[in-house]
Write a protein that binds this ligand. Structure first.
Ligand code: AMP
Ligand code: GLY
Length: 440
């Protein structure tokens, strides 16, 4: 029987998942809730989107999955995890990949997550959980002068983190937590770690788990890692900072302890675990620390790691849902990939003037050998595409090395523009690894 897969989410990450599931011979239809207008462009199979349904609207999601006899539901987006979409679907006997609300607390409750790391001896920065600004001021008064990171406790679309260089700045950042509403009512003060960031992805069915791959994101909006933090302006894989020795440490000292720890407290983790890590150089050794966990793929990391998996995605998803991940041998194509995010000019602040402007060249870029284009905030009308958000689309280039992959991505990007000169993207994605290769 041919199956229907439902994907909860609508950005570039979910577009990469649509592309991957659509390659499976078991699948003949994909449903994306809400999805986006470019998803159909990556496959001949039917992709049905539901633009007006939110990722947390459980009754509507249930109804759509029911009516379409979804054989597998992939919960790809953080708010859906927090809302407990997985719990409800599982209770109805539907096969689902994506953690329960309780397992997803690793992401949606930073205080809970830091306590979990502490209880399981997983390397993390020192931290203090604060319920009121006064508690924060008192804590800082007792600490030595250094850099601090002030974080809203709840989900804040990647914006709830303020990095400071000293205590005076940290005191001001505490004031700003009010801006994040409920997410900022409780906040954390963390020691500022200094090192190089990476992210690693693993998959678990609650019993066994497997490492998938790693990437390096570029979160700041402008070249030279300058400007505001964003959801990610581009990434490369594999990140060369992760030596085989460090990968082993990440596996044994972080990922294994996390899945085992979750099982021990009765919250078995099913789905993708995203470790946001940092390699810290201490005396003569490098050590990985946890910056954060996410209960989902990264975006845009998924756009480069998902395509590297050779496995049949439907078989993999079903094995996770049924607790049979041990029957699957993961294999990857070993290519380098670079993804560059195309955003509206003004993102992540005010980009309202770009909404409705035409995006040129997406299909031309898509036709290039070694290039894939994934949509996000795009609207289609009569076969033309228009900007409909901050993060608009992603260009993935592949090659033997990061240098080749990034050349491909930027060659494709050069074909794209937005009416009124409104396209913004970084031109230095992958710079650390390009330099590393050139210095070899
Ligand atoms: P988060 O949402 O917790 O991943 O934080 C967003 C970004 O802030 C991370 O990707 C890091 O670049 C930075 N960050 C968060 N916590 C720390 C920390 N304790 N030390 C250094 N940088 C941090
Ligand atoms: N690219 C960062 C994230 O997905 O959170």
């Amino acid at each position: 029987m041919k199956e229907t897969v439902a994907i909860i989410g609508g950005g570039g990450r979910e577009s990469a998942l649509v592309h991957a599931y659509a390659k499976s011979p078991h699948v003949n239809k994909i449903i994306a809730i809400p999805g986006n207008d470019f998803m159909q462009q990556t496959t001949d199979k039917i992709v049905q989107t539901f633009p007006t349904i939110s990722t947390t609207d459980i009754p509507s999601i249930m109804q759509i999955c029911d009516e379409n006899h979804a054989g597998l539901v992939d919960i790809a987006q953080d708010a859906a995890v927090e809302a407990g979409v997985s719990n409800v679907l599982q209770r109805k006997g539907i096969s689902v990949i994506g953690p329960t609300k309780q397992a997803g607390q690793l992401e949606w409750d930073k205080a809970w997550s830091r306590n979990f790391m502490q209880n399981n001896a997983i390397s993390h920065p020192s931290f203090q959980i604060c319920q009121t600004p006064k508690q924060g001021y008192e804590y800082l008064a007792q600490q030595p002068e250094q850099g601090w990171v002030i974080k809203a406790n709840g989900l804040a679309e990647g914006k709830g983190v303020i990095i400071t260089e000293n205590s005076a700045q940290a005191l001001r950042a505490i004031e700003e937590m009010k801006r994040f509403g409920k997410a900022g009512e409780q906040f954390l003060i963390e020691q500022l770690l200094v090192g190089e960031e990476f992210s690693t992805y693993a998959i678990s069915d609650g019993n066994s788990w497997k490492l998938i791959g790693s990437a390096q994101d570029h979160k700041r909006v402008n070249n030279f890692d300058i400007g505001l933090n964003t959801g990610g302006m581009g990434c490369s894989t594999p990140p060369l900072i992760l030596t085989p020795e460090l990968i082993k440490q990440v596996q044994t000292q972080i990922i294994a302890k996390t899945f085992e720890g979750m099982q021990k407290i009765g919250r078995p983790y099913t789905g993708i675990l995203y470790l946001g890590g940092m390699v810290i150089h201490q005396q003569t050794t490098d050590q990985p620390f946890v910056i954060e966990f996410n209960a989902r793929w990264g975006d845009p990391e998924a756009q480069i790691i998902v395509p590297s998996l050779i496995n049949d995605f439907f078989e993999l998803g079903l094995a996770v849902a049924k607790g049979e991940l041990h029957t699957i041998k993961l294999s990857t194509d070993q290519k380098s990939r670079v993804v560059v995010a195309g955003t509206s000019r003004g993102y992540p602040e005010d980009y309202s003037q770009v909404r409705g402007k035409e995006i040129f060249g997406l299909k031309e870029a898509q036709q290039m050998e070694g290039v894939t284009v994934y949509g996000a905030g795009v609207k289609r009308s009569e076969d033309r595409y228009y900007a409909d958000g901050g993060r608009l689309f992603y260009i993935v280039g592949e090659g033997i090395t990061v240098i080749e992959a990034r050349e491909k991505a930027y060659e494709a990007m050069s074909l794209i523009s937005i009416e009124g000169n409104n396209l913004h993207y970084r031109t230095d994605i992958g710079w650390r690894d390009v330099e590393r290769l050139r210095h070899k």
